[in-house]
Design a binder for this molecule. Structure first.
Ligand SMILES: [Zn+2]
Ligand SMILES: [Zn+2]
Ligand SMILES: [Zn+2]
Length: 135
């Protein structure tokens, strides 16, 4: 799908920054950090604009956060999410060799029982190892 169609289907106005950021994510097989996105979009978009764009995408269910091992956050496209219904509790994989972080969409995070009084709002599971390109 083209970036513009994706924006329209999520009730988002198409702006150049949104189009560029979305295109990057659509064409990337791996999750991207904000700093990587900033480097690849037109430099007339400042950091705040890129940050706001990602925030909007998060709110609208277009992207989800991927926690990286170094404490950073990366972003990846959602497959079947909507504004009020996120469904992306899959495993993420970080390759120790090439450094890419991938969504393993088909691998769900196992159910976890917490002690009484604890409520889950978000689950993140990062597996580290060697990806299929590197092994
Ligand atoms: Zn999602
Ligand atoms: Zn790799
Ligand atoms: Zn993911």
């Amino acid at each position: 799908m083209e970036a513009r169609e994706v924006l329209v289907s999520h009730n988002l106005k198409s702006t150049t920054c949104r189009n560029e950021v979305l295109n990057l994510l659509l064409n990337s097989s791996q999750a991207l950090a904000q700093s990587e996105i900033e480097k690849q979009v037109d430099h007339s978009h400042d950091r705040v604009t890129v940050y706001r764009t990602l925030k909007t995408f998060l709110d609208k269910g277009l992207v989800h956060k991927v926690l990286d091992d170094e404490g950073g956050t990366k972003y990846a496209l959602c497959n079947e999410c909507a504004e009020d219904h996120h469904n992306h509790e899959h495993v993420h994989f970080k390759c120790e060799n090439c450094g890419q972080t991938l969504c393993l969409d088909k691998i769900a995070i196992p159910a976890i029982e917490l002690p009484q009084g604890y409520n889950i709002s978000e689950k993140n599971l990062l597996i580290q190892g060697t990806c299929k390109d590197c092994s």
